[in-house]
Design a protein around this ligand. Structure first.
Ligand code: COA
Length: 174
């Protein structure tokens, strides 16, 4: 259990500095590093909808005395038909990892999405070597669905992914 109090809050302009760091500092984002990204993109997106769009968004993970530790994200996905589900993601700054924040932030995001949208399914993918995120997802109420073979090109090679889901009917661990 983390000793830190944790909140999710909307993105404010000062948070764009963190987003620019994740876009331009190799490896800061973790295994999801896939090369440099446009550092101006966060400002454009923030100017569009403050990262609270109907089909995707971000909330900051705030700990203790209003310190931004990272952010959670969500986006609408489908399997080809009209039915949609959410896919979520998370990244914490390195100094905030391993303190019990990641699983709780993802559980809070699921509760938020199930409360404010009618969708039935939330999914999350991670990497076979990302033990912290695998454990985090299970603690946040997710179940492993299986291995998605050769689903992403990363670090010079094709890699498998692990797919997890939490359904509206699954209990919240919070
Ligand atoms: C992945 C991430 C969100 C996990 O959040 P976290 O706050 O570090 O993890 P927590 O402290 O909530 O720990 C959750 C579980 O993972 C375990 N864990 C944490 N860090 C670990 C590590 N480095 N190795 C193995 N297990 C780890 C914890 O022990 C806990 O499991 P347990 O209670 O069964 O012991 C965070 O480490 C992070 O932001 N990493 C970089 C970005 C990333 O990988 N995002 C996900 C991309 S798919």
């Amino acid at each position: 259990m983390s000793e830190h109090s944790i909140r999710l809050r909307p993105v404010v302009e000062e948070d764009l500095t963190m987003f620019r760091r994740f876009a331009t500092e190799p490896g800061l984002v973790g295994l999801d590093w896939t090369g440099f990204k446009d550092p101006q993109e966060p400002a454009r997106r923030y100017a569009t909808d403050s990262y609270l769009g109907a089909e995707s968004g971000r909330l900051m993970v705030e700990v203790g005395e209003q310190v931004a530790a990272g952010f959670v994200s969500w986006a609408l996905r489908d399997f080809g038909g009209p039915t949609k589900h959410w896919e979520i993601g998370i990244v914490l700054l390195p100094e905030w990892r391993g303190h019990g924040i990641g699983w709780r932030a993802q559980a809070m995001l699921c509760d938020y999405l199930f409360t404010h949208t009618p969708l039935q399914r939330i999914q999350a993918g991670t990497h076979p070597e990302n033990i912290a995120e695998q454990r985090s997802l299970v603690k946040a109420g997710f179940q492993l669905e299986g291995v998605v073979r050769a689903c992403e090109f990363r670090d010079g090679r094709w890699c498998d992914g692990y797919l997890y889901s939490r359904l509206r009917s699954d209990p919240s661990p919070l």
